[in-house]
Design a protein around this ligand. Structure first.
Ligand code: SF4
Ligand code: SF4
Length: 315
């Protein structure tokens, strides 16, 4: 795989600064039951990195001390970490709202079938990837039979009340198939809702469109296809100043499986530390002492068009 960071390091991205910390996004490990083409984590079944129970306990202490409101679980497939249920139970006791970034198909894996009921009981918000409502496109990006399995899991979720009961939120995530910007989020949501309801009788709450980041697997593919510079020009040409106020890194920290801190998940993947002087562990972090966000050219992926974040568009 090509290393993209040398191409991103020199940047003219504007200086940006942290606001109040609201969310901790926790990467529970890089193992995943899928190996999607666009994956910015380079996750897959062969990855071994997993967050330990000790690190999880350190994070719970940080959440308690800093009165964190939202815990956002990601991976890989976060459900594959054996402590997935423990961290949710502990964070719920502290009154946190929990988000599970779920690839859907993982809930069909052996030993994981009880998880949907557990997620329901804890009112965990589910953010699930479904990059298209067409089988051919989903399978091309995410793997053979992923579409069919995803539809089955979405039906199971609806049957539990997800996407229907107002306390059981089910959001879907769209990302483009290639080196283009996502279409209008609101219009696409209407289209998704119409097709998923009429073809498969599936309900969901919101659709988030997310711009593909020019890093790791997707970034490397761009380099292989000689599209890297064109894609960066596309992101830069569509820069919108208004997105800067709402960037997710202003209210979030990202924690890797070893407990080290980054300004966001993308910076984590680039190993772009929060503190330019070296890595900071969750046990050492005084969030009030850190203000400036570490940026590189990939940040233009968050500011192109209507902007992009783990919660969809920014403006
Ligand atoms: S499901 Fe998500 S984490 Fe897993 S390979 Fe696909 S994009 Fe990466
Ligand atoms: S890539 Fe990360 S640090 Fe850069 S703008 Fe986006 S969220 Fe902020």
């Amino acid at each position: 795989m090509h290393d993209v960071y040398p191409l991103l390091k020199k940047t003219d991205f504007p200086d940006i600064y942290r606001g109040i910390l609201k969310t901790v996004q926790i990467n529970l490990g890089y193992k995943c039951n899928q190996s999607c083409l666009h994956c910015h984590v380079n996750a897959g079944p062969a990855r071994k990195e997993m967050m330990s129970i000790e690190t999880i306990k350190d994070i719970i202490s940080f959440i308690k001390k800093n009165k964190i409101k939202v815990v956002d679980l990601t991976g890989g497939a976060p459900e594959l970490n054996q402590h997935f249920e423990y961290i949710i139970t502990q964070a719920r006791k502290l009154g946190c709202h929990i988000i599970d970034r779920c690839n859907l198909t993982v809930l069909l894996e052996p030993g994981k079938k009880h998880l949907l009921e557990f997620l329901k009981k804890n009112k965990v918000e589910i953010v699930a990837s479904l990059p298209c409502y067409e089988k051919v496109n989903v399978d091309a990006q995410r793997g053979d039979k992923v579409f069919e399995k995803s539809i089955n899991v979405l039906k199971m979720m609806n049957a539990k009340g997800y996407g229907i009961d107002e306390k059981l939120i089910l959001n879907l995530v769209y990302n483009p198939q290639g080196a283009v910007l996502p279409p209008n989020q609101n219009k696409l949501e209407v289209e998704y809702k119409f097709i998923l309801k009429n073809k498969y009788d599936i309900d969901f709450n919101n659709l988030y469109t997310i711009t593909n980041m020019p890093i790791l697997r997707f970034g490397s593919t761009l380099i292989s296809k000689n599209q890297f510079n064109t894609y960066m020009d596309l992101l830069k040409d569509n820069f919108d100043q208004k997105t800067l106020n709402n960037l997710m890194c202003k209210s979030l920290i990202s924690i890797d499986h070893q407990g080290y801190i980054y300004d966001c998940d993308f910076n984590q993947m680039l190993k772009l530390s929060m503190n330019a002087d070296g890595r900071i562990h969750i046990t050492e972090l005084d969030i009030n002492k850190i203000s400036k966000i570490n940026t590189a050219d990939h940040c233009y992926g968050c500011t192109a068009g209507s902007g992009s974040s783990c919660g969809g568009t920014l403006i």
